[in-house]
Design a protein around this ligand. Sequence first.
Ligand code: C5P
Length: 410
Amino acid sequence: MNTLYNKHILLGITGSIAAYKSAELTRRLKELGADIRVVMTTSATRFITPLTLQALSGHPVNTDLLDTDAEAAMGHIELARWADLILVAPASADFLARLTAGRANDLLSAICLASYSPIAVAPAMNQGMWENKATQDNINTLQQRDIHFMGPGHGSQACGETGAGRMIEPEQIIARTLPLFTSGALSGKKIIITAGPTREAIDPVRYISNHSSGKMGFAIAEAAANAGADVTLVCGPTQLTAYPDSIQRIDVITASQMYQSVMDNLSDCDIFIASAAVADYRPGLQAVNKIKKQHDEMQLRLVKTPDILASVASQTDAPYTVGFAAETENVLEYARKKRQKKGIDMIVANKVGPTSGFNQDNNELDVIWQEGHIHLNLNSKKTLARDLIQIITEKINAIDTTQNTGLKTR
Ligand code: C5P
């Protein structure tokens, strides 16, 4: 079973006798397919060795905020962006206090402060510490900030006392972790997503294409499927694997094939997201044989490819349409104009640059619709995909509500 395949989980371990259970937790999370990076506080290393967790996670364990070697390999901001979920188990009373206060005085709390990803904690402490008003106030504050609490359990404790404060068992933590990656927010909705580049042949050995990796579109497909949608992913040539298995993947090569494939699947589609970098032009004629090198100059006649996004948007009963705009300058202005020109509901603009855009794991987006705009800070494409799906879900729900009440349509 690979339920957590492709999920990046940063496992934080703090100083508690329950830290020995984190070894089993790491093993189980790995078994479910998750990629685990372990960050330990100094006191956690007194209970269980980093070497154990390194062996189980398959990655070096990070412990020190000021370790230049570790920072050079994967720095604390990079770890914060990498994580789809930060799971702190065990979470000590002191760690909860640091998290509440927004401290960044050690690696784990600094990562939590810098991250936009969900955080879950499995508390472990003496029952008196748990009951204490200070801890309870911290818990209230953290819950208001949407920190997920897993436990604690109730029973006899290592110190000999009995009460609430035991870390729940690894199996119970896993059972509470799985739902954090899924929701039914888009269940019953059919979504078509285009992703990756297209290839337009010049002759049997050459083609016109672009640097698109397909990572953004695949991340959107995963986020949509995890939200319960019925997802069809129409993708150009890419090395990527679509996950989860429920995604219906259709591989194409050219813009015309992508157009045809989208049109063939469009009936009952609720949302269309065009993240593919479709070639705008293709060679007018594809040479049957390899073109020989002859003259100093040669001319290639190009003809326009069908605009898939604009075509979908112009259908009667069009789905909610979302396009992408990769720009190198004046991002917002160009994107707004493009949204109107193509007649689409929403456009997602990104600046193509050295740290975001094509072939990168990170991106920075501006999401623009008729009445508003939201900026999504530089983050992993997977996190941005989840945020984008959430924004689209809110828009779809608003449309469904207004249509049902007959107030207004989009
Ligand atoms: O017009 P431009 O290529 O800049 O627009 C980008 C947006 O339009 C992207 O969402 C892209 O997937 C979509 N597009 C399309 N078909 C084309 C060209 C672009 O769907 N032929």
